[in-house]
Write a protein that binds this ligand. Structure first.
Ligand SMILES: Nc1nc2c(ncn2[C@@H]2O[C@H](COP(=O)(O)OP(=O)(O)OP(=O)(O)O)[C@@H](O)[C@H]2O)c(=O)[nH]1
Ligand SMILES: [Mg+2]
Length: 318
C-alpha cells in the first residue's frame, strides 16, 4: 500500500530519578551521600533509509514511545539510559508540527536524521552533596509527515497514454501495464541509466480533467510531481482524432495549474507515444503543426525513438 501522509504522536523517554542515599559505617554515622544519577530517556529519531518507500509503517504505528531512563541507586550507581528509538523514513519525507503546520524538516538524503522527540535528562543523585532531583520529562509531540517523492523527471499524461510502458522500457521499474485507464494506482519510481548519466523518473498516475476537484484518483499524487525538475508530457497518438490529443494536452496542463501555478510553469518535453499504430503518424503531423512546441514521436512498446528520448532527457537535466 502506498501511503504518503501520516499523523503520529511521539513520546520520548523521561529521565530516571536521581537518588538520595548515604553510605554509613561504624566510623561514619552521619553518612556520605552516594546516590547515583538517573539515566537519560531515549530519544525518537527519524532516519532516511532507502529500504522504505512509503509512510505505511506509520499507519499501523501512530504512537511511538521511547524507553525511560532507569533510576539511580546507592553506591553512586547511575541508572541505565533508555535506548534511542530509530525510525526509518523514505527519502523526501517532510515533517510538520501537526497543530500549527509549521515545516520542521525536509529529509532528503539517505542517512539524514531528525530528532522527532528528545529524551529527558536523568535527575541528579545526592552524590554531588545536593538533594537528589527527578529526571526531566521526555518531549511529546504531534507531528504530521508528508512524503513528496524526489525524482528528476515526472511522466504526466492521460490514463492509458503509455506511462507505465515507457517507464518499464527505460528503467528497471515494472508496473502493471494494461489497455484500460487507471491501471497504475500509485506513483512509480524508476532509475534511468545512460552511459555516465543517471536520473530518477516517476510516473504520476490518475490525472484526468477535474482531478483537482477529486475526479479519478484526484490530485493527491501531484505532490509527487512537485519536486521534479521537468515533465515528460506523454500524449497518445493513437486517439481517433488529433483534436482529442490536443484536448488531452490542454486538460492535463489545466489540472497542473489548478493544483499549483508553479507546476503549470515547469518545463515540459512533449512526447507523442504509440507511433507504431496505424494513423498515429498522421495525427503526429497535425498535432505537431498545431502545438507551438517541439514534439517527439516514440513507441514505448516497440522502442522507436526511445534512445533519442533518453539522450534528450539527460541533456535537458544538465
Ligand atoms: N501499440 C502501442 N501500444 C502501447 C504503447 N505504449 C503503451 N501501449 C499500450 O497502451 C496501454 C496502456 O499502457 P500503460 O503503459 O498501462 O499506460 P498508462 O499511461 O501507464 O496507463 P494508466 O496507468 O492506466 O494511467 C497498454 O495496453 C499498452 O500495451 C505503444 O507505444 N504502442
Ligand atoms: Mg500506468
Amino acid at each position: 500500500m502506498f501511503i504518503d501522509t501520516a499523523k503520529i504522536t511521539v513520546k520520548a523517554g523521561s529521565g530516571g530519578k536521581g537518588v538520595d542515599s548515604f553510605y554509613r559505617d561504624k566510623l561514619n554515622r552521619k553518612g556520605t551521600p552516594d546516590g547515583g544519577d538517573g539515566g537519560n530517556g531515549g530519544s525518537i529519531i527519524a532516519r532516511v533509509s532507502t529500504d522504505v518507500h512509503t509512510l505505511l509503517d506509520f499507519k499501523y504505528r501512530q504512537l511511538l514511545r521511547a524507553k525511560n531512563g532507569k533510576h539511580g541507586s546507592s553506591n553512586q550507581k547511575r541508572g541505565r539510559n533508555g535506548d534511542d528509538m530509530i525510525v526509518k523514513v523514505p527519502c523526501g519525507t517532510l515533517i510538520y508540527d501537526f497543530k500549527d503546520k509549521r515545516l520542521l524538516k525536509d529529509l532528503v538524503e539517505a542517512g539524514d536524521e531528525f530528532v522527532f522527540a528528545k529524551g529527558g535528562n536523568g535527575g541528579k543523585g545526592n552524590r554531588s552533596r545536593k538533594p537528589a532531583t527527578v529526571g526531566e520529562e521526555g518531549e511529546e509531540k504531534e507531528l504530521f509527515l508528508e512524503l513528496k517523492l524526489i525524482a528528476d523527471i515526472g511522466i504526466i499524461g492521460f490514463p492509458n497514454a503509455g506511462k507505465s510502458t515507457l517507464i518499464s522500457r527505460i528503467s528497471k521499474a515494472h508496473p502493471k501495464i494494461a489497455g484500460f485507464p487507471f491501471t497504475t494506482k500509485n506513483p512509480v519510481l524508476g532509475v534511468v541509466e545512460d552511459g555516465n548519466s543517471t536520473f530518477k523518473i516517476v510516473e504520476i498516475p490518475g490525472l484526468i480533467e477535474g482531478a483537482h476537484r477529486g475526479k479519478g484518483l484526484g490530485d493527491k499524487f501531484l505532490r509527487h510531481a512537485e519536486r521534479t525538475k521537468l515533465y515528460v508530457h506523454l500524449l497518445d497518438l493513437s486517439r481517433e482524432k488529433p483534436e482529442e490529443i490536443l484536448s488531452d494536452y490542454t486538460k492535463i496542463n489545466k489540472e497542473l495549474r489548478s493544483y499549483n501555478k508553479r507546476l503549470g510553469k515547469k518545463k515540459q518535453i512533449v512526447v507523442g507515444n504509440k507511433i507504431d499504430i496505424e494513423g498515429a503518424g498522421k495525427n503526429f503531423e497535425i498535432v505537431s503543426g498545431k502545438l507551438k512546441k517541439d514534439i517527439i514521436a516514440i513507441s514505448a512498446k516497440d522502442g522507436t525513438g526511445i534512445k533519442e528520448l533518453v539522450k534528450l532527457l539527460c541533456a535537458s537535466l544538465e
